[in-house]
Design a protein around this ligand. Structure first.
Ligand code: AMP
Length: 222
């Protein structure tokens, strides 16, 4: 089976994390989620975490040198049999750094999976999102917990991420439009972009992505 080297693109709240969880199960890929890794550093109060937290709380991008080094070493260490990048790259410099790294390893991207969703949908999703310490996600309206503020899966308290507060959500969206959205053209120009409608149900988006990946693999064999 040919290796799948994938990136997930799209605004915060488009459902990239949800799709990533499903794709990992389908294809047994190394899942490298920049935001998750950074939040872990913040929780552990590492040097990187201390430097990153002020940017994250403000909805800004953490400076490239910190993020690029962290992600590329993960790709090298864990991504041998294929990887799924979530939240990276987020600007041209990061995309170039990834391309250079893969070139050096004699590998290439299979596809950039772009999960699209308009701002109003994203704002509604993020402002109601709640997460437990195990990373399970629920939503106050779309997937309300059976017991108030407690995770249905593990019973731990559900909390709102600091950066899901309304003012920060607006800033994160602005950052996305200013710096990340241009990557859609970047990957389209390389023939790697595949679009998905993130306003559809998670199962519909997942089915569509799987069908697309199956086609890509078939084409590769021809
Ligand atoms: P996420 O969980 O992907 O929404 O990321 C949460 C926050 O982590 C973002 O708002 C940024 O502050 C930071 N972050 C995540 N990925 C990157 C990246 N590729 N480059 C810079 N900062 C990032």
């Amino acid at each position: 089976m040919s290796e799948l080297n994938l990136i997930l693109l799209g605004p915060p709240g488009a459902g990239k994390g949800t799709q990533a969880a499903r794709l990992r199960k389908d294809f047994d890929l190394a899942y490298i989620a920049t935001g998750e890794l950074l939040r872990h550093h913040v929780d552990q109060a590492t040097e990187l975490g201390k430097e990153a937290s002020s940017y994250m709380d403000a909805g800004k991008l953490v400076p490239d040198p910190l993020v690029i080094a962290m992600i590329l070493s993960k790709v090298e260490d864990e991504g041998d049999d294929g990887f799924l990048l979530d939240g990276f790259p987020r600007n041209d410099a990061q995309a170039d750094a990834l391309a250079e790294e893969l070139d050096g390893l004699g590998r290439r991207l299979t596809a950039a999976l772009y999960v699209a969703a308009p701002d109003d949908v994203v704002v509604e999703r993020l402002s109601g999102r709640r997460q437990c310490a195990n990373g399970h996600i629920q939503h106050v309206t779309f997937d309300p917990p059976k017991v108030d503020n407690m995770c249905d899966l593990c019973g731990r308290p559900l909390k709102q991420r600091k950066d899901d507060m309304p003012e920060v959500v607006q800033k994160r969206l602005a950052t996305y439009h200013e710096q990340t959205e241009a990557l859609i053209d970047y990957y389209e120009d390389k023939g790697l972009l595949r679009r998905f409608d993130g306003t559809r149900s998670p199962t519909e988006v997942h089915d569509h992505i799987r069908a697309t990946l199956a086609t890509l693999r078939l084409e590769e064999r021809l």
